[in-house]
Design a protein around this ligand. Sequence first.
Ligand code: SAM
Length: 235
Amino acid sequence: MAKSLLTCQTLGGVPIGRSRDHHETSSMKDGHPIFAALYDQKSAFAERRWMGERRRRLLSGARGAVLEIGGGTGANLAHYRNVDRVTIAEPDRFMRNRIGPKLEEARVPVEVSAAGAEALPYPDGSFDTVVSTLVLCTVPDQEAALDEVRRVLRPGGRLLFIEHVRAAGSAARWQDRLEPLWRRLLGGCHPNRDTVAAIEEAGFEIETFESFYPPDPLSALMPHVQGSATVRLAA
Ligand SMILES: C[S@@+](CC[C@H](N)C(=O)[O-])C[C@H]1O[C@@H](n2cnc3c(N)ncnc32)[C@H](O)[C@@H]1O
């Protein structure tokens, strides 16, 4: 058994397959069983072609105690190196139940929690790094989630993110038209959120930033951003 799974249990995290759901937000009560079942399969091509390398680069900047919101099926776990521990907060039990095998790939202690990003059950300033990869498009209340991320980061801590965001011009209008169907098919994902503006409005200062179009068929509709942000100091 992997060190990470043992640690998950001894740290009091949610054992895989026996989830403790009292932190779930109401909109996530049932989760998305089909989306979760297909997630790794549907992402495999992108992971090999570009996303795996982007995860590796992003997470090389993670340090100390790490909180990953919306950890999904654990795709980031293999990439953590210089960190003390990782807490995954994933409210969808169908996603959470698929993390098990990825714990074997983790080189650091991992705890899995059913917490939603809008109500994190952790004290102020308890993490050095918060990671969000393809999550701020999906959280039902982005503003509340970012407020919580800011609260649980220690002063000087970092938010590391890879997100797809609102396009410009006619592509944005297509995102708006497609949003209802997209949301239904893709586990609650909103294709058209201006997430970088939301990060700044939540009191963060963008530290590093790159925008890119992934080499995928729908890329014109899916501009992405990768970067890091720190909590803005009061003037
Ligand atoms: C597109 S998946 C991304 C999963 C993973 N972060 C990755 O990079 O592959 C979006 C994830 O956000 C999670 N999510 C949805 N609502 C959430 C919330 N309120 N708080 C935290 N995570 C949430 C979903 O359950 C899902 O696992």
